[in-house]
Design a binder for this molecule. Structure first.
Ligand SMILES: *Cc1c(COP(=O)(O)O)cnc(C)c1O
Length: 430
């Protein structure tokens, strides 16, 4: 992208400008490869909600239909003779996920779902002993993560009031600087068994330097695990090189795998540790001998429990192909440009909203979270007015609207329409 186009000084708050940007966008053609939701049979909606549920790649339908047809025609023989045989089905996803995670192929596996995978990782990696019994998470963590961590603590006979540490942003701020995590661990790291941190915080949209967090955790002797629900497919990742111990994610947000899609996890190749097992983690060549002993398949594949859900994995194959086609670098470039343009428009058209997400591009991904100030209930009404104008974002109690332009399928014009709808809704709801 030419530097003058990246430069926010040259932005203009007009639809014409946004359309010119779209015409110059080398990734513009990818939008046609997705189903764009519509209002009834009419106009496409302005979809800025890919952080919650990614859009359907059009090729997903064919992928799923092929599995249904193979099931219809081959039944049990499909395990070996389907177009994509079902027994090694997870291997269809391995290389694409490894590329997005910045991992070696053997370090990732598509399996199960996010929170279940988090439990499986905690079962193996959370080893409270002696004075080192605590888990460090961020205050305001996604509820499911907090439930998983608290219940794991209780499961070990410990008390979350003592063993769950939630690090808050500095008073009066919304985001947690990496220095806060580093200094907490320098001071209290000897009590912490495991650090679980998000790649991107779901509510604020803050992206973290995961390498810094992993280094700080390891210096203090703690395990470093990451929840990448809001970062895989959104931010560049380098899980292997930063030496993360484990990571988990879902595939229905930025990965466009479809509602309830198969989740994924990363286990660094240096780990060979006891974990909860099921037959699909058994070494493939001898799995069907059904012997009582468990011989784990090498790498992350050995952490699988059950045979993969084919119908909830098929769409992800279609989506990963689009990521590969687009190229991660180009996606990130476009993402920074789209989100930068949205920030510019909000500053001009909606100056009374408060941007919670960091303004530095390296500290955020696609998403901007805006706090609607003013009387109680105003935010909700503003959000509903935006929705009525055909702009789909989402609402987080008590006062926050989250909007995320996705470089695979959103346009600069979408960003313009989204910001304009927010500005109008604010005028109508003083
Ligand atoms: C979306 C999301 C989840 C959802 O968990 P599931 O197990 O997929 O239902 C959990 N944690 C975080 C941080 C999320 O963003």
């Amino acid at each position: 992208m030419p530097p003058h186009i990246m430069n926010p000084g040259t932005h203009e708050p007009t639809l014409e400008f946004a359309r010119r940007r779209d015409e110059a966008d080398p990734l513009q053609g990818l939008r046609e490869k997705f189903a764009l939701p519509r209002r009834g049979q009419g106009e496409p909606l302005v979809y800025l909600c890919g952080h919650s549920l990614g859009l359907m790649p059009l090729a997903a339908r064919g992928m799923v239909m092929e599995e249904l047809d193979d099931w219809a025609q081959l039944a049990v023989l499909g395990h070996e003779h389907a177009h994509r045989p079902w027994i090694p089905y997870h291997e269809n996803l391995r290389d694409g996920l490894a590329a997005l995670a910045g991992a070696r192929a053997g370090e990732v596996v598509a399996m199960s779902s996010l929170t279940v995978n988090l439990h499986l990782m905690l079962a193996a990696f959370y080893r409270p002993s002696g004075a080192r019994r605590r888990i460090l998470i961020e205050a305001g963590a996604f509820s499911s993560d907090r439930h998983a961590v608290a219940s794991q603590i209780i499961w070990r006979g410990l008390d979350p009031r003592e063993a769950l540490v939630e690090l808050s942003p500095p008073v009066g701020t919304d985001t947690v600087p990496e220095e806060s995590i580093e200094s907490y661990l320098e001071e209290h790291g000897a009590e912490i068994a495991l650090v679980l941190w998000p790649g991107v915080q779901y509510r604020t949209g803050q992206a973290f330097d995961l390498g810094r967090i992993a280094r700080a955790a390891h210096r203090a002797g703690c395990v470093a695990g990451f929840d990448l629900a809001h970062s895989i497919g959104n931010m560049p990742l380098a899980l292997h090189d930063i030496d993360a111990d484990f990571a988990v994610w879902c595939s229905y947000k930025y990965l466009n795998g479809g509602p309830g899609a198969i989740g994924g996890c990363f286990v660094h190749e240096r780990h060979d540790r006891p974990h909860l097992a099921g037959w699909w983690g058994h070494e493939a060549a001898t799995r069907f001998r059904m012997r009582p002993e468990f011989h784990a398949a090498p790498g992350a594949a050995g952490w699988q429990i059950s045979n993969p859900p084919i119908l909830s994995a098929a769409p992800l194959i279609a989506s990963l192909a689009l990521f590969e086609q687009a190229g991660l670098q180009r996606l990130r470039q476009k993402s920074m440009a789209l989100t930068g343009y949205m920030e510019y428009l909000l500053d001009r058209l909606a100056p009374d909203v408060q941007l919670i997400t960091p303004r530095a591009a390296e500290s955020r991904g696609c998403q901007l979270s805006v706090r609607i100030t003013g009387p109680l209930g105003r935010g909700r009404r503003v959000f509903e007015a935006m929705t009525a104008r055909g702009v789909i974002g989402d609402w987080r109690e008590p006062d926050t609207i989250r909007l995320a332009p996705i470089p695979l399928y959103n346009s600069f014009a979408d960003v313009f329409h989204g910001a304009e709808a927010l500005a109008r809704a604010l005028h109508l709801e003083p």
